[in-house]
Design a protein around this ligand. Sequence first.
Ligand SMILES: [Fe+2]
Ligand SMILES: [Fe+2]
Length: 289
Amino acid sequence: MNFLESLQQTQEFATLPTVASKLLQMLDRDDMDVRMLARHIEQDVAIASKVVRVANSPIFGLRIPVASVSHAIMTIGMTRVTNIVLGVSIFSKFVYLSTLAGDFLDRFWIHSAVTAALARAIATKARLDFQEMEFLSGLVHDVGKLAMLQADAQRFKSVQENIAQGGGELDAELEIFGATHTEAGEIIANIWKLPPQVQGMIRLHHDRTCSIEDISALLVVVRLADLYAETMGYGIGETGDLRDELNYWWQRFSAVAPANVLQSSDSLSHELEGELGSAQALIAALTSN
Ligand SMILES: [Fe+2]
Ligand SMILES: [Fe+2]
């Protein structure tokens, strides 16, 4: 069985945290009511308090802090809270994959959290509303890498070494795992039943050959955030010409956000540096007990 097949079939890695999977089941029901949903999330005290802390972190810019999950649902609505809960519970489940190499994992989650924070900031600046899907996408866009690490830490190390020696990220993954982290990530997001837009974002975030119809505003915003995170020192070793990559996605940006109010990639990058404090606050909220 190859890597992707085993990911698909064993679903060992891809079991969603209980809160999140129950939440998605409840959302599917016609008779779902908001109080029931809030009560359900609040049963997991650790996740509920983390959701409240994250929702109050500066990246979401709430004018009045929320005191509970039900309060958050009343203030910003169910869809936003659902996407925040999904992000927080996935992060909390996988942040301490205890048996695995600590150093990469730390950098991985910091990269993911900074990407989430910058994606939220870009969306706000560009006046785009993704209902916090950009936050969720930022946190999970590279989750396929964790699946590789979990499947075979030794081979994952070879991928990292290969990249450190200047090999292309996706080429190294293909050579050693027979698949890329984008393919693995899409399978996981699909098993998790994350919103289709988030699944598409994961699948396409390194793809420069897809047609313009396949490029969503969410994809472009999160990919730009991903690249800015890399260039600002919160990377996980993406190789290649990052400047060229940024230019490419910046150009796509005007196609998907015609009313783009942002001036240039450089000025955006500059403005985003001012958001790094918010990113740190988000990391503190995500990793709090
Ligand atoms: Fe990636
Ligand atoms: Fe990334």
